[in-house]
Write a protein of this length. Structure first.
Length: 207
C-alpha cells in the first residue's frame, strides 16, 4: 500500500516575468502560473496601491491541502469597468478574450480585487458576466451577498430579480477582513480553504 506522508507535492508552470516586492512576489500583469484545473485565483497586477500579498499566501495554503491552484494576474486590473457607477479612477478594468478562456477552464474562481467596495462588486460582475463557474470573493473591506445581488450578480444566498440577472457565474462564498500587505491570519486561511473545499464536492475534504 502506498501512503502519502507530509506535504503535498505540486508542479507549477511558472510565469516568465519577475515578481514585485509590494505584491508579495506576485508576478506582473498578464501572466498566469498553472497548477492543475481545480481553482484559479484571479488577481490584479501588484503596485503601490494594489498590494496583493494575500494572494500568494492563499495559493500556498490551498496547495498544501492538495487543491491544485493556479493564479491569473489580470492584464487590465486597475480602475473599474466602464459601466460602473464610479469611474473617477481614470482607468478601466477589463478582461482579454484569452483571460476569459483561461478562467472558464477551472472548476472554481477565487477573486481578489482590491479594497474599494464599489470597485470589487463591479469587477466581480464583469468577470462573472463572461465566465460560467462558481466563485469566491476575498477582500479586506466588508462586502456581502446583497451588495452583489443589487447590481445583478447571481449569488448563493440572494438572487437578483429575474429581469436584473446580469451574470453567468455565481458567487458561492465570501471572506472579508483579509488585510493587504500583511501576513494573512491563519484563521482566515483556514476559512478560505474550508469554503473552497465545500465548492469542490468531487474532491471532498482533503486531509
Amino acid at each position: 500500500m502506498k501512503q502519502r506522508i507530509g506535504r503535498h507535492l505540486s508542479f507549477v508552470e511558472c510565469r516568465e516575468s519577475m515578481g514585485l516586492g509590494a505584491g508579495g512576489s506576485l508576478a506582473q500583469r498578464a501572466t498566469i502560473s498553472e497548477s492543475g484545473r481545480d481553482v484559479v485565483v484571479v488577481a490584479m497586477g501588484p503596485g503601490r496601491r494594489h498590494i496583493t500579498k494575500p494572494v500568494c499566501e492563499i495559493t500556498y495554503a490551498l496547495r498544501e491541502e492538495g487543491i491544485d491552484t493556479s493564479v491569473l494576474v489580470v492584464n487590465a486590473g486597475t480602475g473599474v469597468p466602464a459601466d460602473a457607477l464610479d469611474i473617477s479612477s481614470g482607468s478601466y478594468f477589463g478582461l482579454d478574450p484569452i483571460e476569459v478562456e483561461r478562467i472558464q477552464q477551472f472548476k472554481v474562481a477565487l477573486i481578489h480585487l482590491g479594497n474599494v467596495r464599489n470597485h470589487i462588486i463591479y469587477k466581480a460582475r464583469l468577470i462573472l458576466r463572461n465566465v460560467n463557474i462558481p466563485a469566491m470573493i476575498v477582500s479586506q473591506c466588508p462586502v456581502d451577498f446583497e451588495d452583489f445581488a443589487e447590481i445583478g450578480v447571481k449569488t448563493r444566498v440572494v438572487m437578483p430579480a429575474d429581469d436584473n440577472i446580469g451574470t453567468k457565474g455565481e458567487i458561492r462564498e465570501i471572506t472579508t477582513g483579509v488585510i493587504r500587505g500583511v501576513t494573512c491570519q491563519q484563521d482566515k486561511l483556514d476559512e478560505i480553504v474550508s469554503k473552497i473545499q465545500s465548492m469542490l464536492p468531487d474532491r471532498g475534504h482533503i486531509k
